[in-house]
Ligand binder design. Structure first.
Ligand code: ZN
Length: 382
């Protein structure tokens, strides 16, 4: 691998077995330093991984090169479709999302037009959150087309260290496995060290990192659903802390002939997704919405994400069904304050949705009437 200071040079990927995991490495050279990106997957998938091409690493290297303002050269095979898109439109989109990124030139020693992969399965990321369960309702339980019905769940973490398995991610794995068992789908666990090589916020780069991992298993899946947290009317390419606004536009550009990425979930609001999940009764022992809790066996029940989910479920009369996921005693103590927050809100659109549901279901009136009855009883019993 030769070195040039204005060039990021990517070697050919190679595979190695460590412990019971299969690692796929890709060496690179940047500004005189040699480094490695890698992903690992359970050994049962080792015969399926694609290490013949650089595609699965290409999106991560693209963002590293753009961040460093250097051109990018792949010594391994690159699919032509991906080459066209990483050379042009994906860069243009990312330069708008994050203006500190530079447009760069991409080259490859070996471009191929049709790399064959055998994946006929359908994958999706699975975090046990509202978006991922809503994706399961739409693309698994209610998907009428068999070829588009989810067959595999992916649990992905990009903050792994070589040979270290006692991580927060692994300690939280029982909850993800429980959720996968509940919906009776296999859970593929894939770790990578990507995040430590990309100095940008995760919220800006997660589609590139996660779709890279899905490409590694193109011999397993030919379709991958990527759950979006934003509605279609919010979709836009703009400077933002979050790349998720651009999901519907960006994701098709990451597709190749053998793996198509779909953005899913932009047809529903968060409240509509929560209604849909609770109607199907899924995630009752594994729903994970918390923005804070380090212990994924239980949501903290106090952060803004916990509170808005608990209030929505309470309005739907479904909170007790999700009682094993939350601390309901904390909810009872803080409910009145949160109702006040929701009623007084004029800016947050998620809270606006919740306020509308509360008015439509008569929730606020019911809670107020119950409070008055309690006060009256207390006065009588004095
Ligand atoms: Zn929380």
């Amino acid at each position: 691998m030769s070195e040039k200071s204005n060039l990021l040079i990517v070697g050919k990927p190679y595979i190695k077995l460590y412990d019971d995991k299969t690692y796929i490495f890709c060496d690179y050279s940047l500004k005189g330093e040699s480094k490695k990106l890698w992903m690992h997957v359970d050994s049962e998938y080792s015969s399926k991984v694609d290490f013949d091409s650089s595609d699965p690493f290409s999106l991560v290297f693209l963002i590293i090169a753009m961040k460093n303002g250097v051109d990018l050269h792949f010594e391994g095979v690159l699919t032509d479709t991906l080459y066209v898109n990483i050379s042009k439109d994906i860069q243009s989109i990312y330069c708008i999302i994050e203006p500190s990124l530079a447009q760069i030139k991409v080259t490859s020693s070996n471009m191929q037009s049709a790399i064959e992969h055998k994946g006929i399965g359908v994958g999706t990321g699975f975090s046990c959150g509202i978006d991922s369960y809503a994706s399961l309702v739409d693309n698994y339980y209610e998907m009428p087309v068999q070829s588009h019905k989810i067959t595999h769940l992916f649990q992905i973490n990009h903050n792994q260290k070589l040979g270290v398995y006692d991580t927060k991610w692994q300690r939280n794995m029982p909850r993800f496995l429980k959720g996968a068992e509940e919906v009776n789908l296999p859970l593929i666990q894939i770790g990578s060290n990507f995040y430590s090589h990309v100095s940008l916020p995760y919220s800006q780069i997660h589609p590139l990192l996660n779709c890279s991992v899905a490409m590694l298993l193109r011999n397993v899946v030919g379709i991958y659903y990527y759950a979006s947290g934003y509605k279609f009317e919010d979709i836009a390419i703009r400077k933002s802390h979050s790349a998720a606004y651009s999901d519907s536009i960006l994701l098709p550009l990451l597709s190749t002939r053998s793996l198509f990425f779909y953005s899913t979930g932009s047809d529903k609001s968060r409240v509509e997704k929560t209604i849909s999940i609770s109607q199907f009764g899924i995630g009752r022992d594994s729903l994970d919405v918390c923005a804070k809790s380090p212990n994924k066996s239980l949501n903290c029940s106090l952060c803004y994400k916990c509170k808005r989910t608990m209030m929505t479920l309470d309005m739907l009369g479904e909170l007790n069904s999700y009682g094993s996921c939350f601390d309901l005693s904390k909810w009872k103590r803080h409910r009145s304050n949160y109702i006040q927050e929701v009623l007084e809100n004029t800016t947050n659109k998620y809270m606006e949705e919740i306020k509308k549901l509360g008015e439509d279901t008569g929730y606020f009136k019911r809670v107020e009437a119950a409070r008055r009855r309690r006060e009256l009883r207390a006065q009588i019993n004095k």
